[in-house]
Write a protein that binds this ligand. Structure first.
Ligand SMILES: Nc1ncnc2c1ncn2[C@@H]1O[C@H](COP(=O)(O)OP(=O)(O)O)[C@@H](O)[C@H]1O
Ligand SMILES: [Mg+2]
Length: 227
């Protein structure tokens, strides 16, 4: 089957705000286009304020700035953990953020955790291996101590290194995009580490299929572990 196309370019995937396509000029890069600019509608102040706080007003600019913020703050131990942003470029389809395309061994775009979960990971071993990859990603993130809070399955893609799956973050917006009016977890290291741990635990239980909704958010199904 022909891969889906957008403005003549091969689609990698779509997120909540942007579409990611292969860069026609380079197999090692992708281009991200903002699909719903939400800067304009001042007639809906609530919507506008939420969008400003979430940094979706100009997702590409937020991500480029986040990359420049994060890059010098990481220790270089696992440089492949984050997809690099290069620049905002003008293209025939409009302005785009040009990024390093994370690829698998065959050179194809690495699938996101979201895609893997939606397509059904083959077996329990596969889920366990991915859950362990979440643990290693979290350990790396805690060492870097950067406020990368949006650990949702669409923001992480899976590659293989050393014969096991590893996760790479392709969406850094949350490093700069605040969702709270009082961003306490950005002011306190302890709260930041705790928030990252909560988000990683939630993602891990989602991968393992042990997550269920509660009134206050989500919880790990305890009956499976017997605690
Ligand atoms: N650098 C990249 N390499 C490989 N795939 C990517 C890359 N950036 C984005 N993607 C794919 O595009 C999807 C949406 O990208 P994302 O940056 O999360 O957009 P949004 O701002 O809409 O959340 C991801 O889930 C992933 O599948
Ligand atoms: Mg995203």
């Amino acid at each position: 089957m022909d891969p889906a196309r957008w403005n003549g370019m091969v689609v990698v995937s779509r997120g909540a705000n942007r579409i990611c396509v292969r860069d026609p000029g380079s197999p090692a890069h992708c281009l991200k286009y903002v699909l719903q600019p939400v800067d304009a509608p001042r007639s809906h102040p609530g919507h506008w304020l939420r969008a400003r706080l979430a940094g979706t007003g100009n997702a590409n600019l937020t991500e480029l700035r986040a990359w420049h913020y994060v890059c010098p703050r990481t220790d270089g131990s696992e440089p492949w953990r984050l997809a690099a942003s290069e620049a905002i470029v003008e293209t025939p389809a409009g302005p785009a953020l040009r990024c390093e395309l994370v690829r698998d061994e065959a050179g194809d775009p690495a699938p996101s955790l979201h895609q893997l979960l939606a397509s059904g990971i083959p077996d329990a071993d596969g889920r366990m291996a991915l859950a362990d990859a979440v643990v290693r990603f979290e350990a790396w993130l805690q060492r870097q101590a950067i406020p990368l809070f949006d650990l949702n399955s669409g923001n992480l893609v899976r590659i293989h290194r050393g014969g096991r799956p590893e996760l790479v973050c392709v969406d850094l917006k949350s490093v700069l995009a605040r969702k709270e009016l009082l961003p306490l977890s950005r002011w306190s290291r302890r709260l930041m580490h705790a928030k990252i741990a909560r988000r990683a635990a939630r993602l891990r239980s989602q991968v393992l299929g042990t997550q269920h909704a509660t009134r206050g958010g989500t919880a790990i199904a305890r009956h499976r572990t017997g605690h």
